[in-house]
Design a protein around this ligand. Structure first.
Ligand SMILES: *Cc1c(COP(=O)(O)O)cnc(C)c1O
Length: 339
């Protein structure tokens, strides 16, 4: 068997041994199937291909110092995928089936779970697809739920280091009453042009403003935004932001650290006041923000004054990672140990 170099892993796809699949047909979910195929076969008229009947999740399994494998907040991902399915009229995957499939995929690929020392983890990608031979716009008659896993290193190659983000007013990711609150591929398609532009210009993500007024901070690329000032953790309230489980966890940890937590509209002008800011999500936990350039208004908000991550960002990051790897107690029952 080929030996993986854990330390050089990026955030990309690496083949593993097995994936787990389950079909919804004739009004019910079938048995979980184990597959070693990396491809799927479907009818060319499948609704996931034409009308975006697709939803996904992303969560991680971590190997601890004690050798135990922990999956972080699997119940939250299961519930969010139910909401995503309902949001594009797909058959939701029951929570139990979701959890069972993820755990099975992790166990079957145990040899790909990076060791504790590497700082890497096993990324779990559940995917729900509408199937069927159809050209009319209506929900699919059949669904495929699939879970694959892949070992990943840290999301940002540069490590825990602040990076610049860009505001580009010519693009919206999601409409105020659209699908921004659910994890569907269509949101990523809508954000692809500004994402690529931002990367080309040397930014790590595009910071979207609310689509209606272009006044408030919305989603930060594929992550949630938060800012810190006056001992307060502030994250935007919006009808087009995907509720990040990482953000929800950081809000709790911020309270534990004695900070106030506010979820409310965050006007762009407030960026000038933040002592620290970051983007948060499963992939990176926290990506600290160096500066934010509003490219159309020719404004710059310098967040990190010395090019380093802020103290609170660093502590939040360390506290969350410690729970994920089992270095500290798990006071909120966030972790599922894979037996
Ligand atoms: C997945 C995702 C996030 C992060 O959510 P986590 O649950 O923290 O991984 C944030 N924004 C968008 C648009 C996402 O798709």
């Amino acid at each position: 068997m080929e030996q993986l170099d854990w330390s050089s892993l990026g955030f990309g796809y690496h083949k593993t041994d097995y994936n787990v699949r389950c079909y919804y047909r004739d009004g019910k979910w079938g048995e979980l199937e184990v597959s070693s195929e990396e491809t799927i076969t479907m009818h060319m008229g499948a609704t996931c291909l034409h009308y975006g009947q697709e939803a996904f999740e992303g969560l991680k399994a971590f190997k601890g110092k004690d050798g135990k494998v922990r999956i972080f907040r699997i119940d939250e991902n299961a519930k969010r995928m139910i909401r995503s399915a309902e949001g594009v009229v797909m058959q939701p995957v029951p929570q139990k089936l979701f959890e069972e499939a993820c755990i099975k995929a992790v166990k079957l690929n145990e040899r790909f779970i990076p060791p504790y020392e590497s700082g890497a983890s096993l990324y779990i990608r559940p995917l729900l697809l509408g199937l069927g031979a159809q050209v009319g716009v209506k929900p699919a008659p059949e669904y495929l739920f699939i879970v694959f896993v892949t070992p990943v290193g840290p999301y940002f190659k540069e490590g825990f280091k602040p990076t610049p983000m860009a505001i580009m007013r010519g693009y919206d990711r999601a409409a105020p009453l659209g699908t921004g609150t659910i994890k569907v591929g269509g949101n990523y398609a809508a954000g692809m042009i500004p994402t690529v532009l931002a990367h080309d210009k040397g930014y790590s993500a595009c910071l979207f403003l609310d689509a209606k007024e272009k006044k408030y901070i919305d989603e930060c690329g594929p992550a949630n935004f938060f800012g810190i000032k006056n001992n307060t953790y502030i994250t935007p309230e919006s009808t087009s932001i995907l509720p990040s489980i990482t953000n929800k966890s950081l809000m709790q940890l911020a309270k534990d650290m004695g900070m106030n937590v506010e979820r409310r509209h965050v006007p762009e002008s407030e960026l000038a006041e933040f002592e620290e800011a970051g983007a948060c999500g499963t992939a990176a936990v926290i990506s600290p923000i160096l500066r934010i350039d509003d490219l159309d208004e020719n404004k710059t908000y310098q967040i990190s004054k010395d090019g380093k991550p802020g103290k609170r960002c660093e502590e939040l990051y360390n506290r969350l990672r410690a729970i994920q790897y089992g270095d500290v107690e798990d006071p909120y029952g966030w972790v599922t140990i894979v037996e």
